[in-house]
Design a protein around this ligand. Structure first.
Ligand code: CAA
Length: 361
């Protein structure tokens, strides 16, 4: 029998600055309630000019490695999921490998599928281990992004940034179940043509596609069983979080399809979903890292065997629903230190500084 595979270590990194969405609303002369209540946004994490995507990703990787008892030579796969890559050919993983002095018998690459790229990289690592390819090696997976829209774009209040690194091997923190539930459909809901600096978005279509993907993935998970009984198995349900209201809309749409009343949906949402987005509210949309920020938050403090569902969505579009079971190291939640330290030391900027920062991008 194959041994279980999952997350051995987690590292999280949030950049050093942020702007509140209320301050952005002031700049754009929009009612702040639209951003706060209408979209469920809170803060937008921002990188300074010295911080690029490679630095952000590298820091998360170093933190995951610092809490893991293996050696660099134990890494047999390095994959970075991102839509903020530095080059059309050279993978972002090469920048990381250089800094970590990682070379030789290692598969190193970048994965692109909008916000789904980090999950794809994670799944590939799990399947690589389960197939026996990894032998005694582990995979280092990083999901990292800097999300910026054109100034004044409706997507601007959902901007953000962040990075998360996972060491995939022994399931000390969580087992990732071998079975998962994918979905895809070719659409143009959110895309960024080659050479274009900021994304093009069909906002309404992107919401519809996300909801359709949630319904399809959860239908495959429930496979005709009662949805409430299936969801009751999970202590937490995590979703890709472009903004919190998207997650709430999708969960309500899923449960309405099963005839639930609003009071029950709200109760489950408040118990099992809303708390997982605590760190997402501090970062804004970190694209590939967004789901894994929520998963990392949800795993903190879980007892062995407690379960988490994780729904990943990437425009274009592709989605996948994963299920995880907490391992012995989830209870301690050591990676929480990373984010607490970053949040305590980061600097709030005002609208004037934001304008200057955007002028330099
Ligand atoms: N007070 C309170 N609420 C207000 C308000 C006010 N003064 N004014 C408006 N609102 C509410 C609206 O009623 C609306 O709520 P409901 O949807 O519940 O009705 C909400 O605020 C948003 O208002 P609009 O629909 O008018 O917002 P918009 O069109 O300006 O922009 C958006 C919304 C299209 C999502 C935009 O933010 C966007 O383009 N975002 C980027 C794309 C995105 O994130 N899509 C999500 C799915 S795709 C994905 O997940 C991949 C990814 O990461 C990008």
């Amino acid at each position: 029998m194959k041994s279980a595979v999952g997350i051995s270590s987690i590292g999280v990194h949030v950049p050093e600055m942020y702007i509140s969405v209320e301050e952005l609303a002031r700049l754009r002369q929009v009612d702040p309630a639209k951003y706060v209540t209408g979209l469920g946004c809170n803060k937008i994490a921002l990188c300074s000019s010295k911080d690029d995507i490679a630095e952000l990703a590298l820091e998360a990787a170093k933190r995951a490695l610092s809490r893991w008892d293996g050696n660099i030579s134990d890494i047999g796969l390095l994959a970075v999921g991102t839509e903020s890559g530095l080059d059309m050919s050279r993978p972002l993983s090469a920048w990381i490998a250089e800094k970590l002095n990682l070379q030789g018998n290692v598969r190193s690459y970048e994965v692109k599928h909008a916000c789904y790229g980090g999950t794809l990289a994670t799944r590939q690592a799990v399947e690589w281990k389960l197939a026996g390819m990894g032998k005694n090696k582990v995979a280092l997976i990083i999901a990292a992004d800097i999300s910026l829209y054109a100034e004044g774009d409706p997507g601007e209040p959902t901007e953000g940034a962040g990075a998360i690194a996972l060491i995939i091997g022994e399931p000390r923190i969580a087992q990732i179940d071998p079975m998962s539930f994918p979905y895809s459909k070719p659409v143009f809901d959110f895309w960024r043509p080659i050479g274009q600096q900021f994304p093009s978005v069909q906002g309404g279509l992107s919401l519809e596609c996300y909801i359709e993907a949630v319904k399809s993935c959860f239908a495959d998970l429930t496979a005709g069983r009662n949805l409430e009984q299936v969801l009751n198995q999970f202590n937490a349900m995590c979703f890709h979080t472009p903004f919190a209201k998207m997650v709430k809309k999708a969960f309500f749409a899923l449960c309405h399809e099963h005839g639930w009343d609003d009071a029950l949906i709200e109760k489950i949402y408040q118990q099992k979903i809303d708390p997982t987005m605590e760190w997402n509210r501090e970062t804004g949309n970190s694209y590939t890292a967004s789901l894994w920020m929520a998963v990392a938050r949800a795993l903190c403090g879980l007892a062995i065997g407690e379960r988490v569902a994780a729904f990943s969505y990437g425009s274009g579009c592709g989605a996948e629903l994963l299920t995880l079971q907490a391992g012995p190291d989830a209870l301690q939640g050591a990676w929480r230190e990373d984010i607490l330290r970053d949040l305590a030391s980061r600097r709030e900027i005002n609208a004037e500084d934001y304008k200057k920062l955007r002028a330099r991008v």
